[in-house]
Design a binder for this molecule. Structure first.
Ligand code: CA
Length: 229
C-alpha cells in the first residue's frame, strides 16, 4: 500500500469518460474513487476526503456547479482543489461568471495528457510530496522522489511510516495535526490503528531527526496534536 498516493475523486456520469479518466489516473499512481451522480459525490467526499476532485458540470440530480459551490463553502472541503469538466465552452464562461471557486476547468473533449498535467499542478500546490516535489523546512530537506531526507546536509535514515509523517508535516509547516488526522493521512482510513501508535512513531521520527544533533523541530500541542515548527 502506497499511502503517498493522492486520492482523486472523479465525478462523471458518462461511463466511458469515467473509465478513461480512471485508467489514466491509476496509471499515474493515483488512488481513484468514482461517482456518477452528485449525491454519490457528496457522500464520497465526506467518506474519503479526496486530495483532488475532477467534477463534471452536467450531472443528474445535484449538478457539478452546485457540488462545487457547496464544497467551496465548507470549512473541511474548501481547500480541496476542484477541476471542472465542462461539455461546452459557453458553460465554462458561466463557470467563470458564477465564481463557484473551481480551481481549474477543462472543456470537453479535453486532452487527457493535459488534464493529468493540470491535476499534478493542483497537487503540487496542496500536496507537494505526492507529486515528487522537494520539500524544505529550516535545515531539513525531503526529496519525495528519491525518499531521501537530509538535515544540515547529513542524511537522516527514516522508516516508511516516519517518512510519511515527515512528508505530511513538511507540506504544511506550523499546522497542528491531531492524532486522528495523522492516522488518516499516514496510515490510511481503511486500517485500524490505535492513536497511541502515532505517539510511538512521532517519538522515532524525533529521535531520527536529531541523530546528527540539532533541536527537536516537532512541537507537541497539548490537547491538540503535533506540528512541525
Ligand atoms: Ca455529464
Amino acid at each position: 500500500m502506497v499511502m503517498e498516493a493522492p486520492s482523486v475523486l472523479v465525478v462523471e456520469d458518462e461511463t466511458a469518460q469515467l473509465e478513461v479518466l480512471t485508467y489514466n489516473l491509476e496509471a499515474e499512481g493515483f488512488h481513484v474513487s468514482k461517482a456518477q451522480t452528485g449525491d454519490e459525490a457528496l457522500l464520497l467526499v465526506d467518506e474519503i476526503a479526496p486530495d483532488i476532485i475532477l467534477l463534471d458540470w452536467m450531472l443528474p440530480g445535484v449538478s457539478g456547479i452546485e457540488i462545487c459551490r457547496r464544497l467551496k463553502a465548507g470549512s473541511a472541503t474548501r481547500n480541496v482543489p476542484i477541476i471542472m469538466l465542462s461539455a461546452r465552452s459557453e458553460e465554462v464562461d458561466k463557470v467563470r461568471g458564477l465564481e463557484t471557486g473551481a480551481d481549474d476547468y477543462m472543456v470537453k473533449p479535453y486532452s487527457v495528457v493535459e488534464l493529468m498535467a493540470r491535476v499534478r499542478t493542483q497537487l503540487r500546490r496542496t500536496r507537494p510530496s505526492s507529486v515528487g516535489e522537494r520539500l524544505e523546512f529550516d535545515d531539513i530537506t525531503l526529496d519525495s522522489e528519491t525518499h531521501r531526507v537530509d538535515r544540515n546536509a547529513k542524511e537522516i535514515k527514516l522508516g516508511p511510516t516516519e517518512f510519511r509523517l515527515l512528508s505530511t508535516f513538511m507540506e504544511k509547516p506550523g499546522r497542528v495535526w491531531s492524532r486522528e488526522q495523522l492516522l488518516d493521512r499516514v496510515w490510511g482510513r481503511d486500517i485500524y490503528v490505535d492513536t497511541r501508535t502515532v505517539d510511538v512513531h512521532i517519538g522515532r521520527l524525533r529521535k531520527a531527526l536529531c541523530m546528527h544533533g540539532g533541536t527537536d523541530p516537532i512541537r507537541t500541542v497539548r490537547g491538540a496534536g503535533y506540528a512541525l515548527g
